[in-house]
Every structure is written in C-alpha cells, then in structure tokens.
Design a protein around this ligand. Structure first.
Ligand code: URP
Ligand code: ZN
Ligand code: ZN
Length: 458
C-alpha cells in the first residue's frame, strides 16, 4: 500500500517547500506539489513540517560502566528515540581491554539485534590499541563501521597521545573518522584530590574538577595531533567556548574539524550542580555543563554553522543508581537521558527562541549526521529513493516535558517542567507509522544499518 502525505512543508538542509510525499515499500517514491494517487492511503499534514527522520549519533544503551549498567538498553532506548522522532541512533560499541574490535561489535549486536524499534548503527569505542587491532581496522570499516570514539580521560578508556596519533593515521588510510572525548585526565585527577582534601565530596565538586580549560587543553592537544596525522576529526559533546577557541585555531590553520554538541549544554548552565539536596546528581555528566556565557556561545555557534551536529549522549541512570555517589561525587555514574527530548528541545529553544532556521535544524539533527556517518542519501533527506523515515512535526503543539510522559526507562526527566513548542506528531520508519504523539506503535522493527565512509560536510 502506498502512503501519501498531503499538504505539508518538506524541510531539507537547504530549503523548506510545500510538497506532497508519496511512499511505498519502505522508500520514498515522489516529493512534489499536487501528487494525486488513488490507491494511496492519504494523510492530511497541512500546517506540519516534514523532516527526514532524525538521527541521534551519540547514545550509550546497555553500557556497563561505573560498576552498573545504563538504565536504558536497546529495547527502551530505541522506543524512546522513536517516540521523539528519532528514526536512527548510532550507539558506541565499546571495546574492553583484551578484546578485538570484532568481539566488541559482536557484543553490541547481541544487545541490539532483534530489540531495536528504530534503525541503528555502531561506532567503535577503542580502548585497547595494538598491532592486531590496527590490522582489523580495514575490515571493520569495509563492514560498515566507519566511525570510532577515543577518550582522553576515564581510567578504563583512556588513550594516550602516541596511540591517538597512531589511530588517526590508520583511520586516514582505512577511511574512517574518530570522534574524541576531550578532557585532560591529569588535571581532573589533581582537582579531585584537592576537592576531597578540602572535605568537599558533594555534587558541586563535579563542576569544580572539570572546568572549561580541562576541555580546551585536551581539544587543543587533540587538534595538534590531528594536524600532524593530517586527519579530520570530530570533537564530540563540546561544552565550552574555550574548547571552541581551539577548534577555531585549528580551522584557521586549515584543518577539517567537525563539532557535536548536546541539548544539555544548550539549555542548562552550571547552576544545576548547586540544586538543593542531591538533585544536581541528575546532571553529573562529562564534560560538565558549563557557565551561562558558554551556553550562549554554543547557540551562537549553531546559528553561524560552526557546529555540525546536535546529538544527545543519552547515557541514563536512575536516581537509585545515581545515589551510589551520595557520599562521594566521583561515584555518581556519569550521564543523563535525552534521546526522546532532543527534537522538541532544538525546535523550541533553537527555532522558536534562538533564531535557528528549520533548515539548520534539519542539518544538525538529520542531514549532517547522515553525511558524516555515511548513511546519506539513504537517510537524512526526503527524496525519491531514500528510506521512508520521516517525521510529521507539529510546530504549534505546546506541551510540558515530564517523567510522566517519557518513554525512557528512567525515573526522572532532566527537563522536568520545561514547556516546549513543537512535537513529533507522526513518525514513519521505513514507510510504516511507528509512533504517534509520543506513543510507540511499532516495536522492534528497527534494522542494523551498515554505513559508508564519511562524506565531507562543507
Ligand atoms: O557523562 C557522560 N557523558 N557519559 C557518557 C560517556 C561519554 O563520555 O560520552
Ligand atoms: Zn564522551
Ligand atoms: Zn557519550
């Protein structure tokens, strides 16, 4: 059966135009004004924006970390994604010490396959770099895992400069790209020792131990390593103006640097760490949420196209899990949810309040991640031949974010009580209506997507 969406505005990265969309067998057949098709199931989408299904390129589902496991696995995490309009996620398959990349990948397939309600792919987070892992890279890339994550902090994942350089050089040969978590491990450890020596074990010590220079130093160092390796890189979850300055220097010297930020850095400031009681633990993430001036700078960078993607870094823990750090802030598992909230937050705070255009929103949430992570034009655009992953977005819907209306398996919503405008009303995955007004209608029909090499984004 064909489905015809009539009367909407089709948004791409470059324009928003009135057009109808015809879909069949999981693909988009036609996009043009005035399509007539007797045999189609016709849906009136007058007054609605039609976005290509949103892609969240930064999730951590079913991740064993900090002595626990994230509250959301692939079953609940991908349902939450779909409810908010995200039709594809890219999760971090994590290589633990002693494992090959293929072992890590198989582990993540076991977690995800058959459980996902939206489409999914994997990045590989590399923690154990050696000769045999280096030799695996070409196969891994040709098998469809074309992006990698490197951590400049965290004991279990830390990658030293020499190895970062070697990995970037190999990625250049193999045609993959690295997203890097930029924080200076040594400074963080010293600051933690200082806070504890001063008797500060509470949540607000988290922000004191990870100030902006911690991100900036690591970003600057990474970008010089990338310069020597002559390789483009992605800086993931950018949180500070100081970090951005390092990116601007690198771009001035001609380097290709892609940047991702996340809604939490755009909506909150560091005051969240001073909330009463243990409330601030909900925002214990790394990098930390920075100052108000950083928040405003990030919006400016989005508006001027200096940042290419907005992902969530969805890494959820319940309040009971967070409570592990009641007596010692370093034991609070780092991370927060966001996979279902991102589209409405970016529309409401970005398009409605901060001067982003709908085309920019489309680039940040859909087109750019599709290009950077090798799934364009199969995804990231509403065009004939593309997957019929599509969001019918009501720009006028007013609603309030709350744990009571969220799908994610967490007992709190970090955006609780925030009123937003804009909602994913209908979400189509492969041409089938998969979610409606925040309710998931189709479960576990998501498919694994092998990805191509990154496309350059201008
Ligand atoms: O606090 C965070 N962001 N946890 C998830 C892991 C990471 O660093 O991306
Ligand atoms: Zn990270
Ligand atoms: Zn992350």
């Amino acid at each position: 059966m064909k489905t015809l969406l009539k009367g909407g505005t089709v948004v791409s990265g470059t324009k928003a135009v009135a057009a109808d969309v015809l879909m069949e067998n999981g693909k988009i057949l036609a996009v043009e004004p005035g399509i007539e098709e007797e045999k189609a199931d016709v849906i009136d989408v007058t007054g609605r924006l039609l976005f290509p299904g949103f892609i969240d390129a930064h999730t951590h589902f079913d991740l064993h970390v900090a002595g626990t496991v994230t509250a959301d696995d692939f079953e609940s995490g991908t349902r939450a994604a779909l409810a908010g309009g995200t039709t594809m996620i890219i999760d971090f398959a994590t290589q633990y010490q002693g494992e090959s990349l293929h072992q890590a990948l198989n582990n993540w397939h076991k977690k995800a396959d058959g459980n996902a309600s939206c489409d999914y792919g994997f990045h590989l987070a590399v923690s154990d770099w050696n000769q045999s892992v280096s030799e695996e890279l070409d196969t891994i890339v040709s098998e469809g895992v074309t992006s990698f994550k490197l951590y400049m902090t965290y004991d279990e994942m830390y990658m030293a400069d020499k190895k970062i350089y070697q990995i970037l050089k190999r990625l250049k040969e193999a045609g993959g790209i690295a997203g890097v978590h930029c924080e200076n491990k040594g400074i963080i450890e010293a600051l933690i020792e200082e806070e504890k020596a001063n008797g500060n074990f509470s949540v607000n010590a988290h922000k004191k131990t990870r100030p902006a220079p911690v991100e900036a130093e690591a970003a600057g160092r990474l970008l010089k390593i990338a310069q020597v390796a002559d390789c483009p890189v992605i800086i993931v979850h950018l949180s500070s103006e100081a970090g951005y300055k390092e990116i601007a220097y690198a771009r001035e010297r001609g380097q290709k640097v892609y940047v991702e930020t996340c809604p939490q850095y755009l909506i909150f400031n560091e005051d969240v760490y001073d909330l009463p009681g243990f409330e601030g633990s909900k925002y214990v993430i790394s990098p930390t949420i920075k100052k108000e001036s950083d928040r405003q700078k990030l919006w400016e960078l989005l508006k001027t196209d200096q940042i290419q993607t907005v992902s969530t870094d969805h890494c959820s823990f319940t309040t009971a899990q967070k409570a592990a750090g009641r007596e010692d802030f370093t034991k609070i598992p780092n991370g927060m949810p966001g996979v279902e909230a991102r589209p409405a937050l970016v529309y409401s705070f970005g398009v409605k309040q901060n001067g982003l255009t709908v085309e920019q929103m489309c680039r940040l949430l859909s087109e750019n991640p599709a290009k950077l992570y090798g799934v364009y034009p199969r995804k990231g655009v509403i065009a004939p031949g593309s997957d019929a992953d599509l969001v019918v977005f009501n720009p006028d819907a007013k609603w309030t974010m709350s744990v009571d209306n969220q799908v994610a398996r967490v007992d709190y919503c970090p955006f609780e009580g925030i009123s937003v405008e804009g909602k994913a009303e209908l979400v189509f995955l492969g041409g089938r209506l998969a979610a409606e007004n925040g309710e998931v209608l189709l479960e576990k029909t998501g498919a694994y997507v092998a990805r191509n090499r990154p496309m350059e984004i201008s």
